[in-house]
Write a protein that binds this ligand. Structure first.
Ligand code: KG4
Ligand code: ZN
Length: 312
């Protein structure tokens, strides 16, 4: 089972995630979500083997709730605890329906907090070869969505609108420098300025066309950099991870690749528990357990924590 308790309706009133409200909601919902997950799976706590949680990166308050609850369960049930990295979880979402998938591959990580090209030579070895200098792609979508008065999160809404529009607005190509790095603040500001200028002149913006123009430019950059990196590295497969991997425009652009590209099924793209279970099941295989004094790591850096060299 993969139960999701979404807080979107609450945060939408504020145009984004309010950290204190997020942690409070986690406290209020976590036991019910765990109970619901067992009920859906038709299991009890006795039937499970491992307790897994995310301990970073992310918002400290929300992470603390999950880690504390997992430690409590692990201690009370006397079952091993596995602590995962959130991004490693997004990557592992791809294993759920591709059980034989194994590195080496290039991961394109695109979420609300990350835009990275990660070269995985083997399990637990993460080399970040490209990253964003400013906004993550999901963050840029959400900020553009806010300026266009769309509900939070703007990403999925803009994706839908983009498919109803045409690329009719001229927008700057982000960081067209031949590197693997990204920068979306210039593109985001161009969209925001376009909207503000039109408002001041009393002109109407065609929202669908603007969404299409923004998506086309953003996804073109992401797809072409990912494909160039995969060719340069000589990898045989690319896997895409993170909330923005649900994006139709990105899926279309990557479909022209001559190197096979794997996307998670839509239900495993945005944050979910199954992806964490998937990451944890690999760690379990390698006996990578967490101590009961595991603490949260809001700035947990995937690359700095690579442990691949210990596991050949
Ligand atoms: O991975 P995720 O659920 O949470 C983070 O770890 O950040 O990603 C959430 C992000 C949000 O910014 C949301 O707008 C974006 O993913 N997103 C999308 C789409 N679906 C979700 N962005 C573009 N197109 C989509 N279809
Ligand atoms: Zn995420």
């Amino acid at each position: 089972s993969n139960v999701i308790n979404t807080q979107i309706a609450i945060h939408t009133q504020f145009g984004g995630v309010v950290p204190e409200i997020a942690s409070r909601q986690h406290v209020e919902n976590i036991s019910n979500v765990a109970k619901e997950a067992l009920k859906e799976a038709n299991m009890t706590f006795d039937d499970i083997d491992i307790i897994a949680c995310t301990y970073g990166p992310g918002l400290v308050g929300a992470l603390l709730v999950g880690v504390s609850y997992a430690k409590g369960l692990s201690y009370a049930l006397n079952k091993p605890l596995v602590g995962t990295n959130h991004i490693e979880g997004h990557i592992a979402a791809n294993y759920i329906t591709n059980l034989n998938l194994k590195p080496p591959f290039l991961c394109l990580v695109v979420s609300g907090g990350h835009t990275e090209l990660v070269y995985m030579k083997k399990e637990f070895s993460f080399e970040v070869i490209g990253t964003t200098f400013d906004d993550a792609i999901g963050e840029a979508y959400d900020k553009v969505g806010r300026v266009l008065h769309l509900p939070y999160p703007g990403g999925p809404v803009l994706d839908k609108m983009a498919h109803e529009g045409t690329h009719s607005y001229t927008l700057p190509k982000p960081l067209d420098d031949g590197s693997y790095n990204f920068s979306f603040s210039g593109l985001k500001s161009a969209v925001i300025n376009l909207k503000h200028n039109a408002d001041q002149r009393g002109e109407e913006i065609n929202g669908n066309d603007l969404a299409c123009s923004f998506q086309d430019v953003a996804m073109d950059t992401i797809a072409s950099k990912a494909l160039a990196a995969a060719h340069d590295l000589g990898v045989k497969q690319i896997i895409v991870a993170g909330g923005v991997s649900a994006n139709k425009g990105l899926r279309e652009k990557m479909s022209t690749s001559d190197i096979p590209v794997i996307f998670p099924p839509l239900k495993y793209c945005t944050d979910n528990a199954a992806m964490i279970a998937s990451a944890a099941s690999i760690m379990y295989k390698y006996n990578m357990f967490a101590p009961l004094d595991l603490s949260v790591k809001p700035d947990y850096d995937l690359e700095a924590e690579s442990v691949g060299d210990n596991y050949e």
